[in-house]
Design a protein. Structure first.
Length: 259
């Protein structure tokens, strides 16, 4: 007597398998289980080493469907910092991987490689993906112009996390409300955040630094009429009353969570 279980049932059962080694074992069983386990494995890709990139690239070349459901993609500094290992072939491999991620919505990049902004922009445009959350670091000497162009190509971003102090990021184009018009959550240094607060429908803010000579009172005066739901300060707790007296519903000091 044969037993048939619909794919939806397999998907429901595999939601309770949260260990990657167990999911890997399931990919070597029946075709249906392999498909569902692979879908979960590839929904969140973390490139923690160059070997992972090489193996992932070979897998995607053999099975382009593996990354169709990928929503989270992370590329860490221990991979990105080793510039010498980023050959032309490996960059092409990364481009091919990103091109096959139409569902990608969340990306984290600790350090940006030379030429990475063009690679990201072209790859995501080819895949048709629309980012909603983006976390990245701009090293000293980075080409801010290319970073702006990439962000301009992703108006769907609603959450932006820039942990570095980028004083030269803004210009007349980025100060326009048409630049990242849907941004609602922003994390970073105050010098980076304050222009976003003035011109966009920000709902949640986390300030990672002291205000370094700037006066937040000048910013809150020009804030838009909507209410910002929450402000979290990693330093300068003395400014909490300033923001509390403006349009922030919740102001907290998060010293223990400074990055």
């Amino acid at each position: 007597m044969s037993h048939y279980f619909p794919p939806e049932l397999y998907a429901e059962v595999l939601q309770y398998v949260n260990q990657r080694p167990d999911l890997l074992k399931l990919t070597r069983t029946s075709r249906t289980l392999s498909h569902e386990a692979s879908r979960i494995l590839y929904s969140d890709i973390d490139l923690s080493s160059i070997d992972v990139l090489d193996r992932l690239g070979l897998s995607v070349i053999r099975r382009p469907d593996l990354c169709l459901g990928t929503r989270l993609f992370s590329l860490h500094s221990r991979v990105m910092n080793a510039q010498r290992i980023w050959t032309h072939d490996r960059l092409a491999l990364l481009r091919a991987i990103l091109t096959h991620m139409p569902a990608l919505t969340c990306m984290t990049m600790d350090v940006v490689l030379t030429g990475a902004w063009e690679l990201l922009r072209n790859s995501l445009m080819s895949s048709g993906s629309r980012l909603r959350q983006f976390t990245f670091t701009l090293p000293v000497g980075s080409d801010v112009t290319k970073c702006r162009a990439f962000l301009q190509s992703q108006p769907s971003i609603t959450s932006l996390d820039l942990p570095g102090n980028v004083r030269s990021f803004f210009n007349l184009e980025t100060r326009s409300p048409s630049f990242l018009p849907n941004i609602s959550v922003i994390i970073g240094y105050w010098s980076f955040i304050q222009d976003f607060i003035k011109l966009r429908p920000i709902r949640r803010v986390r300030v990672l630094s002291s205000f370094q000579g700037s006066n937040p009172r000048e910013t809150v005066v020009f804030m838009p009429s909507q209410t910002v739901e929450a402000l979290h300060l990693a330093s300068s707790p003395a400014f909490i009353p300033v923001f509390a007296s403006a349009r922030f519903l919740q102001c907290t000091y998060m010293q223990d969570q400074v990055r």
